[in-house]
Write a protein that binds this ligand. Sequence first.
Ligand code: AMP
Length: 180
Amino acid sequence: MTQTPDLLRDAIRTIADYPKPGILFRDITTLLGNARAFRRAVDELVQPFAGDKIDQVAGIEARGFILGGAVAHQLSSGFVPIRKKGKLPHKAVSIAYSLEYGLDEMEMHEDAVKPGERVILIDDLIATGGTAEAAVKLLKSIGAEVVAACFVIDLPDLGGRKRIEALNVPVRTLIAFDGH
Ligand code: AMP
């Protein structure tokens, strides 16, 4: 059996200078389109929580929806979308967070998670951790117990993991790439 890190790494396409010069964009559409790699990534994200009671899987728009939906199905959990501002139809809670240039806002429905529910957060990649940090804070603000934050890809040089662990949320990642 191909080792998981090799299988996943080989299935991810790297695009230089996208969306801006100097960025190495880790494109997971090629992983999603590779049946073995997609299945393995989902199985590995699920594995630590098999047999655990996870009430909800929260996915960050947009790639976190694809992975998070599959993980929720495997865990027999609900799925909660965390979306860019202005996309959700019902009453939402929101949080501002900083991007490289300026601020953005993310939202979730205020009733998407009940107080005390056990939630895992899923996205494709953690870089600086700013996006995931905001998502964890949003989930906690409506009373979720955030059991873990899980990503296929870590960019460890950018320090995101420490930022999430500082919120007392364990981080799980499947592969790492040097640099940014
Ligand atoms: P950050 O908030 O810095 O941890 O950035 C994480 C978010 O930005 C995730 O939703 C990623 O999908 C996206 N992202 C950041 N850097 C990259 C990269 N090098 N390649 C692909 N996606 C990235």
